[in-house]
Design a protein around this ligand. Structure first.
Ligand code: MN
Length: 497
């Protein structure tokens, strides 16, 4: 998708007090750090040493240049020496890109036997970075502070997480969501303020009639539909009735035609996310199943029943997780196994779960839906593999957006489910189902989420920081009473802002 095309600009702060020779050494050390970061193999995005800045004007210039650069996803600041921070006010005021404050120093160890005052004067991040940190805090600048030696794998991993969030921010700032049909009637949590979303998050959400898609579907040639149906046959285990000569082959061709028409519609409009609703399917024979699933696997965000917030989040998390193992999908907390000894959530949807979550070859099946009054839809069925994951959601609190994250552990189903013909995942929420579900419900969390086995909590928190959006985390250490208090405090904080 995008990560390899983006850059982080590395800016080292200093001042003229130390003399030209010291500044040359600082620039050389900065280049060495940047080369080391890039050579680590742990960062998804390239770091570029952009400037050693020593004056207010040079700081302002590089911040303005960053604002104007479409390749620059964010900046990393490091004060190798002391850099009086009033020099940074104009630049930080102008800066519109996210930044990380890398609180590191060139040498890992104290050179015990040789350390002298020259060394002390050159390696001052321990106090220079505090001066920079003060002005960031004084100016209420959102940022991420990463502490440790630049070769420390943990430092690199925290920087990598932030880079992925910066890519997510870049994506949401230019994202267009096609809302095909309106909301599922009377549903509250999928509604929200689309004007505020565009102002605060950048995402543009616009409505389209289902007829716009129906027309694209009608334009698909028989040859193209047959060719795509054959591709389904090569990629998935086709149910017998969907194979050539089978009595439901026409339904498979209809599904393939739907995918092509929907894909053309999205490509023409530059949409990277979309919603539909089974209450507005006029002119479609089936609720789109395999079509939506395969579009998600290609990186599109999706939300069912008009859920544009989850669709946008899904696309952003696809970008953030690019290249990482594990899938990312639209998801719904569907039903529970409430055995007190081993409770589980069964996550699924009517059809639309992304096959990026599938560990094995999905089966392509056709079954009645029992809802929506349309022909039997074709869908991919599979079970998500065991492993850690996050369930993430965005809700509109009326005065602000809230992002919710629940860390979960996807598990293998303890028994087979021979009569359940949909893609699904089973998970144990952390810290436990009772606490997690209570916290989620107190926080106003929706039934729709994006489940990801690629994206981690830290990336979501970093993204929320960049967006200035509330982020509530439910993890292995959460307790219901503390989460309730956090929600109350957040309410006061965001009201006061
Ligand atoms: Mn739903």
């Amino acid at each position: 998708m995008e990560l390899k095309n983006l850059e982080v600009w590395f800016i080292t702060g200093s001042q003229h007090l130390y003399g030209e020779a010291a500044l040359q050494k600082i620039a050389a050390n900065s280049r060495c750090v940047v080369e080391g970061l890039n050579a680590s193999g742990r960062l998804p995005m390239r770091v570029v040493f952009k400037a050693l800045v020593t004056t207010p004007q040079s700081i302002l210039d590089v911040c303005r240049e960053a604002n104007a650069s479409s390749r620059c996803a964010g900046l990393a600041f490091w004060m190798h020496t002391f850099s009086p921070a009033k020099m940074w006010i104009a630049g930080l005021t102008a800066l519109q890109k996210p930044f990380v404050h890398l609180h590191t120093q060139f040498n890992r160890d104290l050179p015990w036997s040789t350390i002298d005052m020259d060394f002390m004067n050159l390696n001052q991040a321990a106090h220079g970075d505090r001066e920079f940190g003060f002005i960031c805090t004084r100016m209420r600048k959102p940022r991420k502070v990463i502490v440790g030696h630049w070769q420390d794998p943990e430092v690199l991993d925290r920087l990598a997480a932030w880079q992925r969030s910066a890519a997510g921010l870049q994506e949401i700032r230019s994202l267009k969501v096609a809302r095909i049909g309106d909301n599922m009637r009377q549903v509250a949590v999928t509604e929200g303020d689309k004007v505020e979303a565009q102002m605060r998050l950048g995402v543009e959400v616009n409505g389209y009639g289902i007829g716009d898609v129906v027309r694209r579907i009608a334009e698909v040639s028989d040859a193209d539909a047959e060719s795509l149906a054959a591709e389904y046959g090569s990629l998935y285990a086709l149910a017998p009735e969907l194979r050539p000569g089978g009595n439901k082959l026409s339904a498979l061709l209809c599904a393939a035609r739907t995918e092509l028409g929907l894909r053309h519609f999205l490509e023409e409009g530059g949409f990277k996310a979309f919603t539909d609703t089974f209450e507005d399917l006029h002119g479609l024979e089936q609720l789109p199943g395999v079509a939506v699933q395969r579009l998600m696997a290609d990186g599109y965000g999706f939300g069912a029943e008009g859920d544009w917030k989850t669709a946008a989040l899904g696309r952003v998390m696809k970008v953030m997780g690019e290249g990482l193992p594990g899938g990312t999908s639209f998801m719904e907390d569907y039903t529970y196994h409430l055995d007190a000894a081993a409770p589980l959530v069964l996550g699924a949807h009517m059809l639309e779960i992304c096959p990026s979550l599938a560990a094995e070859k999905p089966s392509c099946e056709i079954h009645p839906l029992g809802i929506g009054g349309k022909a039997d839809p074709v869908r991919l069925a599979f079970t998500a593999p065991a492993g850690p994951a996050v369930n993430v959601a965005v809700i509109d609190m009326g005065d602000r957006f809230r992002i919710l994250v629940n860390e979960v552990d996807v598990v293998s189903p303890p028994q087979s489910l021979p009569k359940l013909p949909v893609a699904r995942a089973f998970w144990r929420p952390r810290p436990d189902l009772k606490t997690a579900a209570a916290c989620w419900i107190y926080a106003g969390g929706p039934h729709h989420t994006v489940l990801s086995q690629a994206v981690a909590t830290e990336q979501i928190e970093d993204l929320a920081e960049m967006l200035g959006v509330e982020c509530v985390k439910i993890d292995g250490r959460s307790a219901t009473s503390e989460t309730k208090n956090q929600l109350r405090w957040n309410e006061a904080y965001f009201m006061a802002r």
